[in-house]
Design a protein. Structure first.
Lengths: 271, 207
């Protein structure tokens, strides 16, 4: 085996992940791992770019389709009402900006780590909240896309980005992030993304704080949209950042029970 | 247009695309119209293939074109064509949308259709220019020349929006094998399609 072949063999796993990355087909854990690798690997950036070009070609093999005339008008109106993002000067390293760090290692479950870093949010970390999928690491391009999304949801963002110390937590179900809990003293908010809506007449979601294994109901909230939505948890609890974990349960009735019946998502504090 | 050969037009198109991005960066709202005019059809064709719903596909398009307006500097000219960049964004947002919107059950039933789509299909004669037929036929031939398991894995991931693990489950294949097939298939497609790949991306979008 030549040196080149050996390098190829050693790098093969990354090559495979690069193709999956471009196809947006990686599992969250692979996506996190590969995102870190990609930032420093020119070979993988080339593989991603090559795959992207092939994907573009694959798009040409589709039945032609014309969007409605209304869409053009809708877009025009949205553009007229939208200001452009003014990005800071690009980093001089020529490498993508890594805006969030990987989840802590050594967590045996599929729970994803928590971050306790207000400056992360205020600086460029909107993506860390909005990029609910698995974008714990975002490349420049993705970060900007996320910021663009953020800009369109200004009220949600201004609420999230209010000054003060806060704790951000990604809540997972079956390995997928379905919500992010943003807790600050006296108030907890849940940014949902893809959680099932509940029947607001006969059920409610409950946010639980967990200390030494004992869950404490922090308040109830409803999910009214399966798209990204920010829900404020009815709660006047203090010391929210003292909890070592959070959980979300779906409960029959409109009151929080003394302990959760059906936990639908959870995440652990690792800071 | 009749006097202009298509390869020449493609090169012109690539330059025109970069110029469009430059206008967007300069804050020219009218450039969004032109950008939309140029890419709306391939973008819509891709989005509706992935989400299988015209209304949702239009939402995806609005998201994408608005994002392009907001931050055109996200396009890195050093890597790839404007067309591929745009279509990758469409793909990404369409996959996100379908994962949000589709219940697991619906995905299961649709998976059967997606598996069928990976089979060789009769040519759909929907394009009116012979050159376009040549181009899409070339892509189709390249896909059909892949070993069936590779084609199936790539088709499910790209057109179906499935993750590697979902593809593994759908095809009864170990995850590692799926990853290997996707890499091998992509390499083969790249070799087959060659350097012309980038310019293939917007056939049908420029007329």
């Amino acid at each position: 085996m030549s040196g080149r072949d050996r390098r190829d063999a050693e790098h093969r796993t990354w090559d495979e992940l690069a193709v999956g990355w471009a196809l947006h087909a990686l599992e969250p854990e692979d996506e996190t791992e590969f995102g870190l690798h990609l930032a420093g690997c020119d070979r993988c950036r080339t593989t991603v770019a090559d795959t992207t070009e092939v994907m573009g070609a694959m798009a040409s093999d589709l039945p032609e389709a014309e969007p409605s005339e209304e869409l053009r008008e809708r877009l025009r109106a949205a553009v007229a009402a939208t200001e452009q993002v003014h990005r800071p000067a690009p980093a001089s390293t020529g490498r993508p900006a890594v805006i969030a760090v990987p989840t802590p290692i050594g967590v045996p479950t599929r729970r994803t780590g928590w971050r306790r870093a207000p400056q992360l949010l205020v600086a460029a970390g909107v993506a860390a909240v909005l990029g609910l999928g698995a974008w714990t690491v975002a490349l420049t391009q993705d970060r900007d896309a996320a910021q663009a999304t953020a800009a369109s949801q200004a009220s949600m963002m201004s609420s999230l980005l209010a000054p003060g110390e806060l704790t951000v937590a990604r809540m997972e179900h079956d390995g997928a992030t379905v919500a992010t809990v943003v807790a600050r003293d006296g108030q907890a908010q849940v940014l949902t993304d893809g959680m099932a809506t509940n029947d607001t007449t006969e059920s409610t979601y409950v946010l639980w704080g967990v200390t030494s294994g004992q869950p404490v109901a922090l308040g109830t909230f409803d999910v009214v949209s399966d798209a990204t939505d920010l829900r404020t948890v009815g709660s006047d609890a203090t010391g929210l950042d003292d909890y070592s974990a959070y959980a979300i349960s779906l409960e029959p009735g409109r009151q929080a029970p003394t302990e959760p019946t059906d936990v639908v998502a959870n995440g652990q504090v690792t800071s | 247009m009749g006097l202009v050969t298509r390869p020449a037009r493609r090169a012109d198109d690539a330059a025109a695309d970069v110029e469009l991005v430059r206008r967007l960066r300069a804050g020219d709202r009218g450039a969004v119209d032109d950008f939309y005019e140029r890419f709306r059809r391939p973008a819509f064709a891709l989005a509706r293939r992935v989400v299988a719903d015209d209304v949702l596909a239009e939402d995806v398009l609005q998201d994408v074109f608005l994002a392009v307006w907001k931050d055109p500097a996200a396009f890195d000219t050093a890597r790839g064509s404007v067309a591929s960049w745009l279509l990758a964004m469409v793909h990404h947002k369409a996959v996100d949308a379908v994962r949000r919107e589709e219940s697991h059950r619906r995905r299961q039933t649709r998976a059967e259709d997606d598996l069928r789509m990976s089979e060789p299909i009769a040519h759909r004669d929907v394009e009116d220019e012979a050159a376009d037929r040549v181009v899409s036929a070339r892509v189709r031939n390249a896909l059909q020349s892949l070993p069936a398991p590779q084609r199936e894995a790539l088709t499910l991931a790209y057109y179906g929006g499935y993750t590697q693990r979902e593809v593994a489950a759908l095809t009864g294949t170990p995850l590692g094998t799926v990853k290997t097939r996707m890499l091998a298939g992509m390499r083969r497609l790249k070799d087959t399609l060659g350097g012309a790949v980038g310019s293939l991306a917007v056939e049908g979008g420029a007329r």
